[in-house]
Design a protein around this ligand. Structure first.
Ligand code: NI
Length: 179
């Protein structure tokens, strides 16, 4: 396993539409996921999409078993590998909350997202995933899956007065805990 470099906003590879994964449960896929897990853990990320390490596949990981210092007030989201995802909004409600991104280090912004979604896809073995979620879990999935269509959260910030540096907006989050 290797901690991989995370591409930063401005890199054209973050703007691509990712390709579907064609083969499940392969050594290559398991190795990629192991690298992504290690990379995400090294920076206390809430999620990571394959395009963020330059791999143009529809694969995201998110969640954790425990408290995440980057998001101290947020509920725990189960550890998930999600491949070839499809998101369906349930209802018309949106909610706003702060987001950060490992590809946009040091910044946070308020982003509107669907409050409640259904998401489907596959895990690394090709087993189907079908969940209905809301709140922070729904937000994380929408954020990560946006990386698969070349969208970074600043592109979805509606009010740029609520977009800024983490150390200024949230001084209680130490620099060591931020990316
Ligand atoms: Ni991100």
């Amino acid at each position: 396993m290797t901690v991989r470099d995370i591409l930063k906003m401005g890199d054209a590879r973050l703007l691509r539409v990712a390709e579907p994964v064609q083969a499940f449960d392969t050594p290559q896929l398991h190795a990629l996921i192991a690298d992504m897990r290690e990379t995400m853990a090294a920076v206390n990320g809430a999620g990571l999409a394959a395009p963020q390490i330059g791999v143009n596949l529809q694969l995201v990981i998110f969640g954790s078993d425990a408290f995440n210092p980057r998001y101290p007030n947020r509920p725990v989201v189960p550890k998930t590998v999600l491949i070839n995802p499809v998101i369906t909004p349930l209802g018309a409600n949106e909610e706003e909350d702060w987001e950060g991104c490992l590809s946009v280090p040091g910044l946070r912004g308020v982003v509107p997202r669907w409050s409640r979604i259904r998401y489907t896809g596959f895990d690394e073995k090709g087993q189907p995933i079908d969940r209905t979620v809301d709140g922070f879990h729904a937000r994380v999935v929408q954020h990560e899956c946006d990386h698969l269509i070349g969208k970074l959260y600043p592109m979805r910030v509606c009010d740029l007065t609520r977009f800024g540096f983490t150390e200024v907006l949230f001084p209680e989050i130490s620099a060591a805990e931020d990316d």
